[in-house]
Design a protein around this ligand. Structure first.
Ligand code: FES
Length: 128
């Protein structure tokens, strides 16, 4: 079963969904993992209380970039009020593999960046 998920992660890494920038984004937020320097930047366009569209750019390990790609699929069209508290566990579940403590920062880089973006920088990070 793990192999299936690994393949899915590699596929998102090689062909990321919603990759790019939104020139008319309402919110642009960069997040990084200080341990390795990997980066994810989210571009969010809001539409009537919902996330109308989302793009991301980034560079880094397969898990950080694949999870960013998966996250964009999971959040588009959803109410911003909900996304402010998007559960890290939902993204980890979508990744589908056991994430070691050492890789947890990779797996949660994008969702932590989303929280900072939507909570004006005062994010509570509860991902360990
Ligand atoms: Fe840098 Fe994974 S090694 S985010």
């Amino acid at each position: 079963m793990d192999d299936l998920y690994r393949e899915q992660i590699l596929d998102h890494y090689k062909n990321p969904h919603n990759f790019g920038e939104l020139p008319d984004a309402d919110i642009t937020q960069e997040g990084d993992n200080p341990l390795c320097g990997d980066v994810v930047t989210l571009y969010l366009k809001l539409d009537d209380g919902k996330l109308g569209s989302v793009r991301f750019r980034g560079r880094g390990c397969a898990i950080s970039q694949a999870s960013a790609s998966m996250l964009t699929d999971m959040i588009v069209g959803r109410p911003v009020s909900e996304l402010k508290h998007f559960p890290t566990s939902d993204l980890l579940e979508e990744l589908g593999i056991q994430i070691s403590p050492a890789r947890m920062k990779c797996a949660t880089l994008s969702v932590n960046t989303l929280r900072v973006a939507l909570n004006g920088g005062a994010a509570e990070v509860e991902d360990e």
